[in-house]
Design a protein around this ligand. Structure first.
Ligand code: MF3
Ligand code: CO
Length: 275
């Protein structure tokens, strides 16, 4: 069942999303060669708690961290560990914050130090595909229009779409209806209506689309060992343009100050969807 949110519920979710976005901004300061992923997890957990939120992933069906950490070939749901980040890695940081009973979900894939052009291209295309998906999230259109916008964009550039995991609705629960696949035909799936809050989260591979899940039941990697990228925003459907509830502006401020690589939208027409 798809929950249509009231104006008040949307603003509560927006507040959770703002804390989620600021958490990614905090983590961004510490993404450097040599840091352990456990350390990043602790920083995020403390930041969320200090700001009155709850790390929603921690303990969710037994998940052992505040952050899902996705290094190189890890697609989703990587565990924080003693692994240190190394120059040339790409690392997705995905998390959900609960604030006053409402959830915000976002993911950003970072470059650790200098990365190769192949990885830069993958990050750029995945990032752009997220905004293509958001631009398609208009009232009266269907979930398949979002899916198709993402898939068409990345496949044209030679990348592949992970099938096993999807975006989703969000609200009081981290995962609500509808599912939002990153592939599929236009014009299929549920109709998008004002007040629906959804997470759009392309998971895009450099090589083949196939993935495997670790015996621990969580950690998901590409089968061919090639890198995968992941960006995610929480978005509300409105009568007009879709409204992004999460933002990368905090992350981008930090990365700009560091002089680190991060993907950017190329044309102004797209950037108007970034809140
Ligand atoms: N954005 C991720 C998702 O929608 C967050 C997962 S949290 C976890 O699946 F607890 F399930 F790992
Ligand atoms: Co999500």
């Amino acid at each position: 069942m798809i929950h249509i949110k009231t104006h008040e519920e949307i603003e509560l979710t927006a507040a959770a999303c703002d804390l989620m976005s600021r958490t990614l901004g905090e983590v961004a300061k510490w993404v450097e060669p040599g840091v352990t992923t456990k350390r990043l997890d602790t920083i995020a957990r403390e930041f969320i708690l200090d700001n009155g939120g709850k790390p929603a992933c921690l303990g969710y069906h037994g998940f052992p961290g505040t952050l899902c950490i996705e290094i190189n070939d890890m697609v989703v749901h990587g565990f924080p560990s003693n692994r240190t980040l190394r120059e040339g890695d790409i690392v997705g940081i995905d998390s959900v914050v609960e604030l006053n009973g409402w959830n915000g979900d976002s993911c950003f894939t970072f470059a650790v130090g200098e990365i190769d052009d192949k990885e830069k291209g993958l990050l750029q295309a995945t990032y752009e595909s997220l905004y293509k998906g958001i631009a398609a999230a208009k009232a009266g259109r269907r979930v398949g229009d979002i899916s198709n916008a993402v898939q068409t964009y990345v496949e044209k550039r030679g990348y592949t779409v992970v099938r096993e995991m999807c975006g989703h609705g969000i609200g009081k629960e981290m995962h609500e209806d509808p599912e939002v696949p990153n592939y599929g035909r236009r014009g299929i799936g549920p109709v998008l209506k004002p007040g629906m809050i959804i997470c759009i989260e392309p998971m895009i591979n450099l090589g083949s689309k196939n993935v495997k899940i670790d015996p621990n039941g969580w950690e998901c990697r590409t089968r061919d060992g090639k890198p995968s990228a992941h960006y995610e925003h929480t978005v509300v459907i409105t009568g007009e343009e879709p409204r992004q509830l999460t933002t990368f502006k905090y992350v981008e401020e930090v990365l700009k100050a560091k002089g680190a690589f991060f993907p950017q939208l190329r044309n102004h027409a797209d950037s108007k969807v970034e809140g």
